[in-house]
Design a protein around this ligand. Structure first.
Ligand code: GZL
Length: 309
């Protein structure tokens, strides 16, 4: 087919006579993180001269399955996607495997037992992110004697980041009985839902000390709810979030958030590099973990002027 795909990974019809064609199924456009991630993938494809066929699943698994099936029909050279939830992928991934089209997981993981269904998983260690959030809280309250009441805004139900950020956080704070998660519910990674659920928490839970939100967007929605209830975010209720997108970092610098665990969306360049290696038949690691850090309020002020996303 002469479209850059080597024998063993044989894909089908490409773009020009040698451009790699990548089918990419994106979760949606639910958060600032997702928008930055999409930009990174699209610009990296352009720079690598990879023809990108991009589909936005509006956070619905059935739309991602349809998109992957369509990429198989189109005989793309390679498929990459960020699975909105962890389960339910084996059938469609087997169809891609039978069509000899390699698959790369990016951002989120799947729970398939058969790891031959994809070439690698490029993305963050979400358990580690949850632990970093917990470690900050343990340090922040190390001298506190009273119970610390925590409410948690979880990410999309069934998604790897929601499952793992919850587990990592619970593991660290579980070491000290003074930490109590008094309410925990999904805000689906969106600002609107985060605000709605936080309003409910404020009504049902009289004494909230801390909010742990699995992403900045839900944290920003919660800030609107907290201020609407006449309380001061970052002071009356301490807030920890994950992502470190610009809006979150601004709230951190303004003192409305207390700590942010970074989750980098800038996966595009690594994804295109891995795709080219796969199609050349080169060996690639089964797991590529994203480099990322954490920010307190002072660090956010320093980082904001040059923040890429
Ligand atoms: C994490 C990513 C999550 C972000 C959210 O890698 O899947 O999805 O933390 C985004 O902001 O919606």
């Amino acid at each position: 087919t002469g479209c850059g795909s080597s024998g063993s990974e044989g894909g089908g019809g490409g773009g020009g006579d040698d451009a790699i064609v990548m089918g990419f199924s994106q979760v949606g456009a639910e958060s600032g993180w997702r928008t930055a991630n999409t930009k990174s993938v699209q610009s990296a494809a352009e720079k690598s001269k990879i023809t990108l066929r991009f589909s936005d699943a509006q956070q619905k698994q059935e739309n991602q399955i349809k998109a992957i099936r369509s990429f198989v029909q189109q005989k793309v050279d390679i498929i990459a996607f960020s699975p909105v939830v962890e389960s339910g992928w084996d059938t469609v991934l087997k169809e891609a495997q039978n069509a000899k089209i390699p698959v790369i997981l990016t951002d989120r993981a799947v729970d398939s037992k058969d790891t031959t269904l994809y070439k690698t998983f490029l993305g963050s260690d979400f358990v580690e992110e949850g632990k970093k959030a917990g470690q900050w809280l343990v340090e922040e309250y190390k001298d506190a004697k009273d119970t610390v009441n925590i409410v948690e805004l979880q990410g999309t139900t069934g998604s790897a980041p929601a499952n793992d950020r919850k587990a990592g956080f619970a593991e660290v704070i579980g070491a000290d009985p003074k930490f109590k998660i008094v309410a925990s519910q999904t805000g689906d990674f969106t600002r609107a839902k985060g605000k709605e659920v936080m309003e409910a928490f404020l009504k049902s839970t009289p004494d909230i000390d801390v909010l742990y939100a699995h992403n900045d967007d839900m944290g920003l929605g919660a800030i609107e709810a907290i201020e609407g209830a006449g309380k001061v975010p970052g002071k009356d209720i301490k807030i920890i979030t994950v992502d470190a997108v610009k809006d979150g970092m601004q709230a951190l610098a303004d003192g409305k958030i207390n700590f942010i665990v970074e989750c980098s969306p800038l996966l595009g360049p690594q994804l295109m590099d891995l795709a080219q290696k796969v199609l050349k038949g080169e060996n690639i690691p089964a797991r590529v973990v994203t480099e990322e850090t954490t920010f307190d309020q002072e660090q956010a002020k320093a980082a904001l002027p040059t923040r890429e996303y």
